[in-house]
Design a protein around this ligand. Structure first.
Ligand code: NAD
Ligand code: UDP
Length: 344
């Protein structure tokens, strides 16, 4: 029998892709999600893609101990947790810091308490490259100081600190993955990123312009200290990110402490906004009209990972390039012009 893994937030963008990868590797999964920012349809499609593999779904809130108990009691023993559930919009976190601290930090605390109750102390946690703040030296290594500049990143760093304290307190095994910018979709086009309303992020905005759902892209600033003046980010294919969770769990089960293990998950190759636009045009043949507008508040010029530690420790390296990110993201957008809300 495969290991049993509880996935909080498993219906979301990264969670749904990770569920599929883990089901295909033979794990038995329990997803806990309140569907605040996702649709149960994502999990139906994961089931369909995975065939008859094991996936139980508990509708519930990560802040609610009873919901967590229900999820843990679905099986005899949960062997590990991947904790995706949380809020992720930077601007919203500035406007609603209490909500962000409640869901992201309090939610993680309540989850950790439930894990102790159910004798499971193995967890992979979704952290973020924004933990590094506004760095000036590149590429970013995990031993550089964190310096979060907005409530979203502050909540992620607070949870990192909580997990570090737990590792000092007992036999916890923690992997904190600092994701850079996951984009794209499963190549089937059945699951993908489904933002509500106007997308905040560059990639879904581009695919919606390509689909004619939005007229033009706004490029936020062309006066950054970068070669073409637009912001640089380290984009990686969501399927590569999903793969990283499987190998991180295996590592936690197999390797003795010390923990926590903190790893950047990125490619190490930053791309500017205009490079992404050109890459999308080259892989799809569709032109993306754009206007350069003011910088977006809170954006930093550049974030770029050093991915060496993940390669050395987990043997993980991204396998898919920008062309596949664009192709697969576009396949998903075309097949699901209104996301999951358009039905199957
Ligand atoms: P997402 O919003 O698509 O997925 C999050 C999931 O958590 C959703 O299904 C949502 O319904 C669920 N959720 C939210 N609050 C919950 C609660 N209180 N109880 C139970 N479920 C709840 O986001 P994503 O892009 O898949 O991100 C997953 C995680 O990775 C998040 O923690 C996010 O902060 C982190 N992360 C994402 C990115 C990114 O670019 N997407 C980058 C770095 C880190
Ligand atoms: N960006 C942009 N137009 C958009 C959305 C984003 O020019 O409509 C830029 C943004 O300023 C940043 C990059 O694209 O330089 C990535 O932004 P995204 O929101 O996707 O990711 P994050 O800010 O979380 O790194």
């Amino acid at each position: 029998m495969g290991r049993r893994v509880l996935i909080t937030g498993g219906a979301g963008f990264i969670g749904s892709h990770t569920c599929l990868v883990l089901l295909e590797q033979g794990y038995e999964l329990i997803v806990l999600d309140n569907f605040d920012n996702s649709s149960p349809e994502a999990l139906h499609r994961v089931q369909e893609l995975a065939g008859s593999k094991q996936l139980a779904v508990v509708k519930g809130d990560v802040r609610n101990p009873d919901d967590l108990d229900r999820a843990f009691q679905t099986v005899d023993q949960v062997d590990g947790v991947i904790h995706f559930a949380g809020l992720k919009a930077v601007g919203e976190s500035v406007a609603e810091p209490l909500r962000y601290w409640d869901v992201n930090v309090n939610g993680s605390r309540v989850l950790a308490a439930a894990m102790e109750r159910h004798d499971c102390r193995t967890i992979v946690f979704s952290s973020t490259s924004t933990a590094y703040g506004e760095p000036e030296t590149f590429p970013l290594r995990e031993d550089m100081a964190t310096a979060p500049v907005h409530p979203y990143a502050q909540t992620k760093v607070a949870v990192e600190q909580l997990l570090t304290a737990l590792c000092s307190s007992g036999p916890w095994r923690v992997a904190t993955l600092r994701y850079f910018n996951p984009v794209g979709a499963h190549p089937s086009g059945r699951i993908g990123e489904d933002p509500l309303g106007i997308p905040n992020n560059l990639f879904p905005f581009i695919t919606q312009v390509a689909a004619g759902r939005r007229e033009r892209l706004n490029v936020f600033g062309q006066d950054y200290p970068t070669p073409d003046g637009t912001g640089i980010r380290d984009y990686l294919h969501v399927m590569d990110l999903a793969d990283a969770h499987g190998v991180a769990l295996e590592h936690l089960w197999e390797q003795e402490p010390p923990y926590p293990l903190t790893l950047n998950i990125g490619t190490g190759r930053g791309l500017s906004v205009l490079e992404v636009v050109k890459g999308f045009e080259a892989s799809t043949g569709i032109s993306i009209p754009y206007d350069v507008v003011e910088r977006r508040a809170g954006d930093v010029p550049r974030l770029e990972a050093c991915p060496q530690k993940a390669k050395e420790i987990l043997g993980w390296s991204p396998r898919r390039g920008l062309a596949e990110m664009c192709r697969d993201g576009w396949t998903w957008q075309q097949a699901n012009p209104m996301g999951y809300r358009g039905g199957t």
